[in-house]
Ligand binder design. Sequence first.
Ligand SMILES: Cc1cc2nc3c(=O)[nH]c(=O)nc-3n(C[C@H](O)[C@H](O)[C@H](O)COP(=O)(O)OP(=O)(O)OC[C@H]3O[C@@H](n4cnc5c(N)ncnc54)[C@H](O)[C@@H]3O)c2cc1C
Length: 500
Amino acid sequence: MNIHFDIVIVGSGIAGLSTLIYLTETPDFKKGGISICLIAKDKLDATNTNWAQGGIAAVKGMGDHFNKHIEDTLIAGGHVNDLYIVKKVVESAPDLLNDLIRWGSAFDKNELNEFDLAKEGGHSDARIWHYKDQTGKSIQQALINQLKSFNNVEFYENQHLIQAKKDDNGKFHLQIFTKAENSFQNITCSKLVLATGGIGMLFNKTTNQTVATGDGINIAHKLGAEINNLSFIQFHPTGLYTKNGNIAFLISEALRGAGAVLRNENGVAFMQKYDSRLELAPRDIVSRAIQNEMNLHNAKFVYLDATKIKTEILDTHFPEIKATCKSLLNININCEMIPVAPVQHYSCGGIKVDEFGETNVANLYAIGEVASTGLHGANRLASNSLLEAIAFAKYASDKLIQNLIKNNPSSVEFETYDCLQINKQEIQLTIDKYFNIIKTTNGLIDAKQLLENLKNDANRCELFDYKNHEATSMLNVALILIKDALNQHKNIGVFYNTDL
Ligand SMILES: Cc1cc2nc3c(=O)[nH]c(=O)nc-3n(C[C@H](O)[C@H](O)[C@H](O)COP(=O)(O)OP(=O)(O)OC[C@H]3O[C@@H](n4cnc5c(N)ncnc54)[C@H](O)[C@@H]3O)c2cc1C
């Protein structure tokens, strides 16, 4: 690996990879002389992107209109979204979809050879572009293929960004850990893009991949970046509930879009008690309704009934869901109901950025789930997150390529990282207990105290202890999450505290 780059991108999901591809398409990059590097702490496809099922939202016409997508986004977000950003993203969505198609992503077509769009919760029209129930895989693979076709950018797997500092000349110094060699190396760059994804691993039950430990939030926070509304955590209503109580696999909203019905343990459909949009109400409403039914019946799950959906639709549109229900629970979804419960899914807040993805720290960018752009407000509308990631990748690329600092880096000392000997599970159990769909102020105060005790009581250890480093970073992020929750003064969108 070189030791200096103009731009370093951290993350290989849709946010990191599409930022890189857009950069390579700029006239400045094509002129030559600009060095870009992308790193990922695991394999390139070990991302949440790779597991996105439902799809990506974009208006296609045919009776649908930008105003309807804008309105749906605002309703889901509790109208605290940034209207300018909502309009900008929604109106660029069709062009962004064309870029994905140009880069090789496949989307399903119907028998008339037209793109087959689905309808999901909170959407007033069918505008979800999908590839079976594996849209993320299709996008991830297409972007990786693009990346591998470039011979003028560097990319590295299994390289973990541990710390970042900024020197007096404005350059970033990055400390990177190579797991395979158990060694560190330092690189510098003029511009740093954090595309590190979500914070699901803070929770015991999450749909997220193990890479989602919130590293970008911790690093940005230490660099002085503003973190915004981290406590706006979306719980997906329908995680597959397995026999040992684990919930990790997601039963896509699209199954409810195709007609699946939620039923309580007595087999009674219940969504009409909660919202006139029934199963397709926004996720916060459906999640709270399910939680309420579980509380009423003292049950650990409710059922999703897909038995009225035609077999050929289940086979062609939901092959992965069907196969997973069979392999994990021996359930045939054509004739048996699926046990489901809400599960942590998506971080709507994050590192606050402007309309080009830049943070309040000059030349530090955050793109994708790690960022708080204003698009989602207090709750993300389904299938708007892949869209947000590629939108901000595009908006950022033109600005990223300009005004690269060409003077030499000045020296920087990485202070000894305060690495703690902590078990990740202790953090997860605390967050699970006190930061649930329904929160209380006392619970949040207890959580803060427990996490602070964990921090104060833990033994210090060598930074080389990789697991402890990741757990320390998670603990820092967990504290930001709880403090943010305590600073919320009203219930809105995904945020619900019974004491407010
Ligand atoms: C099961 C599931 C289904 C979903 N379905 C949909 C859907 O249908 N539609 C939709 O719009 N959204 C969906 N989402 C949400 C969406 O997939 C994510 O928000 C989006 O993919 C995030 O992309 P990203 O590029 O920001 O992060 P990711 O795709 O998660 O990538 C994060 C990258 O950062 C790297 N990284 C992290 N920390 C470090 C570090 N310290 N050093 C180096 N590298 C690091 C990781 O290795 C990884 O490469 C779904 C999410 C899940 C989990």
